[in-house]
Design a protein around this ligand. Structure first.
Ligand code: ADP
Ligand code: GN1
Ligand code: MG
Length: 380
């Protein structure tokens, strides 16, 4: 069966009416396989977003979808009750299967889901101005605030230990041990093992191991509260309305689960205050911009200051450094393990990403006292 016919067969099992027109790959996500389809509904073209959930990453897609349904319904109810204009574009809407399930299984055991496609939006890979960083920050503060009163028990942990630096380091050390073991066995054919190519990055990660554990220890020891957070708030998961350039909707909800507010703030700082994309190879361009950082924090705190505790606000700057570090570590580990986790577009892509993230940490460190002072002043 051709690709389009196979796709048509799968997406035809969702509760979509009208005549199918076409389906194309869509988006830049590193994890799921995403497609966009068009349907003629009584003369109007309507589009949908379909995703094959990455089953290697999310071992319980049913639990992922249960979380997503709870979270999207909660936000939708709030927006509707508040009479928010155009609220249905401000939250993802799951389209059920014809049997009423939030997924469809394919012949290979894959799990598919469908969302309404939110039209006339774009997302950013590099923020253009502090003003953009400000409204991105506000959108994540608002997202967290909307979920502070989610009822019905704890959400599923869709990826256990996702932002657990200590667990990520254990896996990194394991990857290093395997690399060394392979080399010892086969020095002739592997003269330049991946660990040798990444020697400087490995040293950096080793030197930063202790400091990196700060956030997860604070959470585990109860010094900062567990909250529902998004856990994957890099900028291109936030949809911006083409009409007014304001944030419309926070997408990519697979990892919405318990964590700390600081994980979300940190991932946004990592992406919105850097002047370069995450895989930029010209490291001279990888600069952490304090004006973007300040605006982002102002936006975030305008929504979040009400519910954050002093222990959380004391770690605002650290959050950005921490999440950048965990990304550097994860990209490096995936490189050492042979690039199985993230989608990559070229050999060495994960190592490039790791180098980029380390350059960003160095840029933060070069202005650390000033960043701390900014965060303190804004949360006083
Ligand atoms: P991945 O988990 O692989 O990153 P995402 O869920 O983030 O996949 O989807 C890929 C991209 O598609 C997102 O970065 C976002 O830009 C876009 N997107 C996601 N959901 C929608 C939607 N309902 N409508 C329009 N665009 C969307
Ligand atoms: C992945 O799914 P996507 O592309 O939005 C990853 C994030 C990383 C990000 C780095 C489930 O996000 O944790 O920060 O790549 N998501 C998962 O770009 O691992
Ligand atoms: Mg994504």
């Amino acid at each position: 069966m051709g690709d389009t016919r196979r796709m048509k067969n799968i997406i035809g099992q969702f509760s979509i009416h009208g005549e199918f027109e076409d389906v194309v790959p869509y988006g830049q996500g590193h994890i799921n396989d995403t497609y966009r389809s068009r349907w003629n509904q009584a003369g109007t073209t309507v589009r949908y977003l379909h995703q094959r959930i990455n089953h290697a990453v999310f071992t319980r897609p049913d639990e992922v979808m249960e979380n997503i349904l709870r979270v999207t319904r909660h936000i939708a109810d709030k927006l509707a009750a508040a009479g928010t204009a155009g609220w249905s574009r401000r939250v993802l809407t799951v389209v059920p299967s014809r049997e009423g399930k939030p997924w469809v299984r394919d012949a290979q055991g894959g799990w598919w889901r469908t969302y309404l496609f939110i039209e006339n939006t774009h997302s950013l890979d590099v923020a253009a101005s502090p003003e953009e960083a400000r409204f991105l920050g506000a959108s994540i503060g608002n997202f967290q605030k909307q979920l502070t009163d989610l009822h019905g028990g704890r959400l599923h942990e869709t990826i256990p230990h996702f932002h657990d630096m200590e667990s990520r380091y254990r896996r990194f050390h394991e990857a290093l041990r395997s690399d060394f073991a392979n080399r010892a066995e086969d020095t002739e054919s592997r003269p330049d093992s991946r660990a040798e190519k990444a020697a400087a990055e490995i040293t950096f990660m080793q030197e930063n191991e202790e400091r990196g554990a700060m956030l997860i220890r604070a959470l585990r020891e109860g010094r900062i509260p567990e909250r529902i957070c998004h856990n994957d708030t890099k900028m291109n998961n936030i949809l911006i309305d083409n009409a007014d350039n304001r944030v419309l909707c926070v997408a990519d909800l697979d990892t919405v689960m318990p964590g700390t507010s600081l994980f979300d703030l940190g991932d946004l700082i990592r992406t919105a205050a850097s002047r370069a994309e995450e895989d930029e190879r010209d490291l001279a361009k990888v600069v952490f911009d304090p004006a973007f950082f300040q605006a982002l924090l102002e936006g975030y705190l305008s929504e979040a200051l009400d519910f954050l505790t002093p222990a959380e606000t004391a770690l605002l700057a650290e959050a950005g450094r921490n999440i950048t570090q965990i990304m550097a570590l994860r990209f490096l580990t995936d490189y050492l393990e042979g690039d199985h986790y993230y989608h990559t577009a070229r050999p060495g892509h994960n190592l490039d990403r790791c180098r980029n993230q380390i350059a960003l940490i160095r840029s933060m460190d070069a202005q650390w006292e000033a960043l701390l002072a900014t965060a303190q002043a804004l949360s006083a």
